[in-house]
Ligand binder design. Structure first.
Ligand code: SAH
Length: 364
């Protein structure tokens, strides 16, 4: 890191401190959006030397099975023409490489040759994606994506990076949870304005201190894609760590160099995420006319798609790598690793068939 970058990064803390001193506490959503915008704009956070590792970076099997899932659904939907591949927050472009290769192999002869459309705001990550996907089309948000053809959509660890809003139950009723100042430090504080009208009736009697977390940005993304699926055809997979039954409490966390750190200590220098409320997303998608194919744990979904057989085949082809291939499969599927906490939610256009792997349906 250059000294210029270092000054600029610690600058976000000072910017927040000045803003709060001048105009009062800011919402958690404002804090998270600005912090992650700064965080992703300037760096590649993925991998052993970065801050965190994602499933596609663990093994090619992850992206390949996603590609096969999409190709299978596309074939059974009657092989509609001009379907394109859309990925949200493609990181290093690894998942897209593995998925597109598998899709072409499985259904290229049948006419599946999707153009890749990437929704990515980070200039640093766009530059990395361009190296392996020179022909992709980049978008700043969803509004410019093609609107006249089926979309095969993938989002892995994207929704968890979108800003959450938190409401907290106090003795005097519901308030917004915000970020304020204690000396120079940024700390969570309770807003002054009553927020009772923003809380669904079912939460009226929860104990003092309870936190209700929502992610309006994730709801908006799912709503827009669901409407597009209904109008254009296609399917979507949202994969993230999250929960499939409503729950209370803050799930905001910050990760830096593979360790959890205080989410308020270093804005713009740590990855801020929150668990995805998958159950809450189902009615939003269905209200737009999309089909909910199911939500299940990542481990069960990957096993249902045959990750063990794929690992065996890869291990036979490269015996010296057999141990690391099996270790990667275990990391993706074991309940104590990524298998249980991560969920896969499938959506499709009305009239499209069921998706493979969604046998253990939960949520809703
Ligand atoms: N899907 C990748 C990367 C996950 S990290 C993988 O699994 O490895 C989150 C990704 O979302 C990054 O590419 C980041 O730049 C992007 N991102 C985060 N917030 C975004 C936003 N609001 N709009 C578009 N992209 C965003």
């Amino acid at each position: 890191m250059s000294s210029h970058e270092s000054a600029e990064r610690s600058g976000l803390q000072a910017v927040f401190a000045r803003l709060i001193a001048a105009t009062g506490p800011i919402s958690i959503a404002h804090y998270m959006a600005e912090s992650n915008g700064r965080y992703y704009a300037s760096r590649d956070p993925l991998g052993a030397t970065g801050d965190f590792v994602t499933a596609p970076e663990i093994s090619q099997m992850f992206g390949e099975l996603i590609g096969l899932w999409l190709a299978d659904l596309w074939q059974r939907a009657g092989q509609p023409e001009r379907a394109c591949y859309v990925e949200l927050g493609p990181g290093r472009g690894t998942l897209a490489s593995d998925a597109l290769r598998a899709m072409r192999r499985a259904a290229g002869r049948a006419g599946l040759a999707p153009v890749a459309h990437f929704v990515e705001t980070s200039p640093a990550l766009r530059a990395i994606q361009r190296e392996t996907h020179p022909d992709a089309v980049w978008h700043h948000d969803l509004s410019t994506l093609p609107d006249d053809r089926p979309l095969l959509i993938v989002a892995n660890e994207f929704l968890d990076a979108l800003p959450v809003r938190q409401l907290i139950r106090t003795a005097a009723g519901w308030r917004e949870r915000m970020v304020g100042l204690a000396g120079e430090a940024l700390v969570p504080v309770v807003g002054e304005r009553p927020m009772d009208a923003a809380v669904p009736a079912g939460f009226a009697d929860v104990p003092e201190g309870a936190i209700l977390e929502t992610c309006p940005a994730a709801a908006t993304v799912v709503q827009e894609f669901a409407a597009r699926l209904a109008g254009q055809g296609g399917a979507a997979l949202f994969i993230d760590y999250g929960y499939d039954r409503p729950q209370l409490g803050s799930t905001l966390q910050a990760v830096r160099a593979h360790r959890k750190v205080d989410p308020f200590a270093s804005p713009g220098e740590a990855d801020l995420t929150a668990l995805v409320d998958f159950a809450g997303l189902v009615p939003i998608a269905e209200a737009q006319g999309a089909r909910w194919l199911g939500t299940c744990e990542q481990g069960a979904w990957l096993r249902g798609l045959g990750i063990e057989a794929r690992a065996d085949a890869l291990a036979r082809a490269a015996p010296s790598a057999a141990a690391s291939i099996r270790k990667a499969a275990a990391r993706l599927t074991d309940p104590e690793e990524m298998g249980s906490l991560f969920k896969v939610m499938g959506l499709a256009a009305p009239g499209w068939p069921d998706g493979a792997g969604f046998t253990r349906v939960s949520g809703g």
